[in-house]
Write a protein that binds this ligand. Structure first.
Ligand code: SF4
Ligand code: SF4
Length: 373
C-alpha cells in the first residue's frame, strides 16, 4: 500500500504554505521517516525556465522555502538544484524567486554543470545508464518538488517527469532525439525515476497549470499540497485530481504494464483531506501522442507520425526571439527572412519548442486523422 497525504493550501501566503507542508509531512509520520540529521539532501524543484513566480512555470518559491525549513529543522543539509532545459540554473533560480530564498536560509544552490554516468536501476528497460548531474551522486537523498502542470508530450508533468531535470544539460535534447517514439521516451522516464529514486515527493498543487503547459498554459486554482513516497502513486493521484484515469496518462499506463505498484486506486491510501474536494473535472489536458505510439510498429510511426501526432504551428504573435531554434533537438526550425519556419517532414514531435517558447507563440494542432484515432 502506498501512503500519500493531501493538505489544503488556499494561497502562496508563507504561513499557509508552511502549515500545509508541515501537515502533509506529519500525516506521513514526519520528515524523519525519510531523511535524518546530518544527511545531504538534494531538493529538486521544477525550474523549467526563467519566469517570475506569478507565471506558474516553476515550483513556487514559498513551497521550496517551507520544505527547506523542514529539512533544516531536523538537522539535515539541503542543497537546491535542477538542470533547466534552457539557460543556467543561477539565472532561472534567480528569476523564479528561489535563489533569494537559498541566500536567506543559507542553503547552497548546486552548480549542476558537471555530469556523471549513473547505471540504470536493475528494473530499467531502455537505457543502460544516464548522464546525470554530478550533485545527484554526492547526496544521501533526493526530495522531489514538482508542480501540477500539463505537457504536450506526456499530458501531465508531475513527480516522474520532474526528474528529467536530473539529466545533465544538453543530454535532455539528445534523449529526445534518440528516443523519438513517445512511448519509448516515457519508458525512459520510468527508468530514470527508478534510478533517481527520490525518498519523498512534495507537490506544489496550489495553482496548477492547464492547457498549453508546462510554460504557456493557464493557471487554475487547485488549493493543495500533496506528498508521498511512491512517485507513481503521486502521479496517479494528480491524474485523478485533473479528471483523468491513470490509464489515460501514457506514462502511468506503461508503468502499470511493467507491474509497478501503487497506481491503482486500491493500492493507495490517502491521508489528510479528501481528494474529492480538490478534483477539477473540466481541467484542460492535451491529447496524447504516446497513446498513438503504443503497440504500433516502428515503421508505422516513422511513416505516419507526421499525420497522427499533434504538430507545432507558429502563431502570429511570434517575437522572433529564436528560443525555439535553440530548444529544438532535431534542428528543424529556421528563421528565414524574419519568419520562423518548421520543417514538418523532419519534426520529431517532441514539443520542446512549445515547451520553451517564452511568448506562447507555438500551438500544438491535431490533424483530422490524429483526432479520429
Ligand atoms: S520561441 Fe516563440 S516567440 Fe521565439 S521565435 Fe520561437 S515561436 Fe517565435
Ligand atoms: S519543431 Fe518542435 S516538436 Fe518538432 S522537433 Fe523541433 S522542438 Fe520538437
Amino acid at each position: 500500500m502506498a501512503y500519500l497525504s493531501i493538505a489544503r493550501c488556499g494561497s502562496y501566503e508563507r504561513r499557509e504554505v508552511e502549515q500545509a507542508v508541515n501537515k502533509c509531512l506529519r500525516e506521513l509520520g514526519g520528515l524523519e521517516r525519510f531523511i535524518s540529521a546530518g544527511q545531504r539532501v538534494l531538493v529538486k524543484p521544477n525550474l523549467l525556465a526563467a519566469d517570475p513566480p506569478e507565471k506558474g512555470t516553476d515550483t513556487h518559491p514559498e513551497v521550496v522555502r517551507a520544505v527547506l525549513k523542514e529539512i533544516l529543522a531536523i538537522g539535515a543539509q539541503p542543497i537546491v538544484g535542477d538542470s533547466p532545459g534552457l539557460g543556467s540554473l543561477s539565472r532561472v533560480a534567480e528569476k523564479a524567486g528561489i535563489a533569494c530564498i537559498c541566500r536567506e536560509l543559507k542553503v547552497p544552490l548546486g552548480a549542476f554543470n558537471q555530469e556523471v554516468q549513473v547505471r540504470t536501476a536493475p528494473e530499467g528497460k531502455i537505457l543502460k545508464s544516464f548522464p546525470l548531474v554530478k550533485e545527484m551522486t554526492e547526496v544521501d537523498a533526493v526530495i522531489n518538488l514538482p508542480r501540477v502542470k500539463t505537457h504536450g508530450l506526456t499530458r501531465l508533468t508531475g513527480a516522474v517527469k520532474n526528474l528529467f531535470g536530473c539529466v545533465a544539460g544538453l543530454h535532455k535534447g539528445e534523449l529526445h532525439f534518440r528516443l523519438q517514439r513517445a512511448d519509448v521516451f516515457q519508458e525512459m522516464l520510468i527508468d530514470l525515476a527508478l534510478t533517481v529514486k527520490p525518498v519523498l515527493t512534495i507537490v506544489d498543487g496550489v495553482m496548477a497549470m492547464e492547457g498549453a503547459g508546462p510554460r504557456n498554459g493557464r493557471q487554475r486554482f487547485m488549493g493543495l499540497i500533496l506528498a508521498g513516497e511512491n512517485l507513481f502513486s503521486v502521479d496517479a493521484v494528480i491524474a485523478r485530481l485533473v479528471g483523468l484515469k491513470p490509464s489515460e496518462v501514457p506514462l502511468l499506463a506503461l508503468a502499470a504494464k511493467r507491474g509497478i505498484n501503487g497506481i491503482k486506486e486500491s493500492e493507495i491510501e490517502l491521508k489528510g483531506e479528501k481528494i474529492e474536494e480538490f478534483m477539477i473535472r473540466d481541467f484542460e489536458v492535451p491529447p496524447s501522442s504516446a497513446k498513438i505510439d503504443l503497440h504500433v510498429p516502428d515503421w508505422v510511426i516513422r511513416l505516419f507520425r507526421r499525420y497522427l501526432s499533434p504538430y507545432p504551428v507558429i502563431r502570429e504573435n511570434c517575437q522572433q526571439c529564436l528560443v525555439c531554434l535553440e530548444a529544438c533537438p532535431a534542428k528543424v526550425i529556421a528563421c528565414s527572412q524574419g519568419k520562423i519556419e518548421i520543417d514538418d517532414r523532419h519534426c520529431i514531435r517532441c514539443y520542446c519548442c512549445q515547451e520553451f517558447c517564452p511568448h506562447n507563440a507555438i500551438e500544438l494542432k491535431t490533424s483530422f486523422w490524429g483526432r479520429f484515432l
